[in-house]
Design a protein around this ligand. Structure first.
Ligand code: 6PG
Length: 251
């Protein structure tokens, strides 16, 4: 990990969610003050649900100007939006259906597609269109939320995947044999590493080993390859997830 990496260890999942919601609000306020809009990339999995639920309620919800917020997804499973494994479905239930965000400001990946390659290309175009990017220009999202899989994956970038070497495409359709839903879509490393801010949310004792591995000097885990070139990287861990990190034991 680079020297710019910040690590915050919180007492448990509730404190993690509370802190994460505060970080998201702060990023929104700063981005809207500076550029008139906030571009947020949500992560999937179970960990962020509590953060999304907090963000949907007071005091967090009212501090974000939802009319000036654009929401994207870092990855998606190839399932319909109302499927229990849909990342969009989870975010909609926990957050997006509860806040005054215009539906046109939520950009979901079409997990219900017949043609994954086309859906990945379509999402890349949707990002470029929404952000007004020139041809070949990478998006610079204000805040990207990520989780950590027990195998070290982040978004749907899995260990050993050829997509880890992607340099041109911003969105890829991938196949992750080990995952419960193997067919997925993911933002690629160049996009994650072009973000202004990336926050990992990691909770639970089952993540302690992989957190330690991600922080080892020679780590080649996908999560360790997320290092924004010109942005902030912060890991929010709960005490259980941080248990094997030396920093967690030190005062
Ligand atoms: C997904 C993800 C994925 C997730 C990790 C951690 O769609 O599966 O976005 O990268 O963040 O697998 O998931 P948990 O929070 O469920 O442990």
């Amino acid at each position: 990990m680079g020297s710019q990496t910040e690590i915050k260890v919180l007492d448990g999942p509730a404190a993690l969610a509370e802190t994460a919601a505060g970080v998201i609000v702060d990023a929104a306020v700063a981005a809207i003050a500076a550029r008139g809009r906030f571009t947020l990339v949500l992560s999937g999995g179970a960990t962020p649900r509590e953060t999304y639920e907090r963000l949907a309620g007071p005091p967090f919800c009212d501090r974000i100007d939802w009319q000036r917020t654009l929401v994207f997804f870092g990855d998606e499973r190839r399932v319909p939006p109302d499927h229990r494994d849909s990342n969009y479905g989870m975010a909609r239930a926990a957050l997006l259906s509860k806040v005054p965000i215009p539906p046109a400001s939520v950009f979901r990946i079409r997990g219900d597609t017949e043609d994954p390659e086309a859906a990945a290309t379509e999402y890349a175009r949707a990002i470029a269109g929404a952000l007004g990017l020139r041809r070949g220009e990478l998006p610079r999202f204000d805040l990207v939320l990520l989780g950590l899989g027990v195998d070290g994956h982040a978004a749907s970038l899995f260990p050993g995947s050829p997509v880890l070497k992607e340099v041109f495409r911003t969105v890829a359709a991938v196949h992750a044999t080990a995952a419960a839903v193997p067919q997925r879509f993911t933002l690629t490393l160049p996009v994650l590493n072009a973000a202004a801010e990336v926050i990992f949310l990691v909770s639970g004792p089952e993540k302690a080993k992989v957190v330690k591995a991600a922080f080892s000097d020679q780590s080649t885990l996908p999560a360790a390859m997320v290092r924004p070139a010109n942005g902030r990287l912060c890991w929010l861990l709960d005490r259980d997830a941080a248990a094997l990190l030396k920093t967690a034991a030190e005062p």
